[in-house]
Design a protein around this ligand. Sequence first.
Ligand SMILES: Nc1ncnc2c1ncn2[C@@H]1O[C@H](COP(=O)(O)OP(=O)(O)OP(=O)(O)O)[C@@H](O)[C@H]1O
Ligand SMILES: [Mg+2]
Length: 421
Amino acid sequence: MKKNKILLIYIIFGLVWVLFTDYIVSLYVPPESLLLFQKLKGIFYILFTGTIIYFVLRKIEELNSSKEHKEKLSTLINSMIDFVNFKDGEGRWIEANNFGLKLFQLENVDYKGKKDSELAEYTDFYREALIYCESSDEETWKNGKVTRCEEIIPIPDGGEKHFDTIKVPLFNDDGSRKGLVVIGRDITDKKMAEEQVRRSEKLSIVGELAASVGHEIRNPLTSIKGFLHLLEEKDQSNKLYYEIMSKEVNRIDHIVGELLLLAKPQKLYFAQNDLKLIVSDIVSLLEPQANMTNVLIHYDPKEELMIECEENLLKQLFINIIKNAIEASSEKGNVWVKIDKESAETVLVKVEDEGSGISEDFLTRLGEPFYSSKEKGTGLGLTVSHKIVEQHGGTIHFNSEEGVGTKVEIQLPVKHESKRG
Ligand SMILES: Nc1ncnc2c1ncn2[C@@H]1O[C@H](COP(=O)(O)OP(=O)(O)OP(=O)(O)O)[C@@H](O)[C@H]1O
Ligand SMILES: [Mg+2]
């Protein structure tokens, strides 16, 4: 449409020029100079239209090169595995790569020219994160230099992603704000690996400690137990004291047992077992303890679920997890235990309670040895549990909200793959 208009204007202008100048020439130019004037008129016309064509072609060339440049830039930023975003001096988005748009659920939004706070209106889930970005950009502008920080962005499946974010503010010569480049690298895996190292370092210290003192404690403990038994039989008047002493000695024995379980390399015997029966046994075992605090355990498995596992270790694992759920529940609470075949390769065990829940801070440190909120807790139950899950090649995941409850999901492979090397 635009092209047609330009062509029409050019034809009308050309005709007007030819007819009008011919008319003027016929009026004012003497007949002997007529030929020379016609030639000059033609030359002028060629120069004039030539100049216009030259400028039009130059403009097209410029446009093409800027388009090419833009395409290259877009290919480059979209091939990056980082979040990349360019904003203008007012904080309006100029360009963002697909990774960034997907991250903030803005794939179908016409984001260009909008600020973070305006884009926040398009996504419920990332509303707060986007509003936070606007204020953290402002910090960078105020600092006036490249800033680097770690940002945590929640993801819809309940987890979170850690980003190493670099913000580069650009200024005009007069010091006014020109633009902001934001690059965020997903370092979630690195963070998890660091956490794993931290945890295993602590575990190995516990292991060494346990190995060195474990046996030393066990031996005198056995003699104390024996003599206590003997005294209890002879001296009936102090029966209550002996009972308490023997309970406490058993507790020490239990702690030493758990420490040795963590420390000693054990020979494991994996065999085909029905998970439904293993969990059933544990539920029956823990029901009396649950009844004492009026907690109801719901377990209603449908069919057998055969998996290759180390039966005793799995029992230990479910005792620890279900016991924690019972202990966290208040009077008349409920604990749900479910087992499911998730896929041909994995089974999922879920233990859910409506107990006290776990604070966010505490949640990240679960499984660390000696980390307990209970007066008489050793804080070793989950450390042992993590180890058992790891030995089975599975995963354990905690989802919890303070005052609402906790959901533990344990995923175990149906077939055990022995580690080599
Ligand atoms: N289902 C749960 N609900 C609330 N808090 C929990 C739950 N499971 C674990 N916790 C928290 O995690 C902490 C560590 O649990 P862990 O089983 O390792 O140790 P513990 O229960 O304190 O002691 P023990 O070694 O006797 O089991 C608990 O003290 C508790 O604060
Ligand atoms: Mg426990």
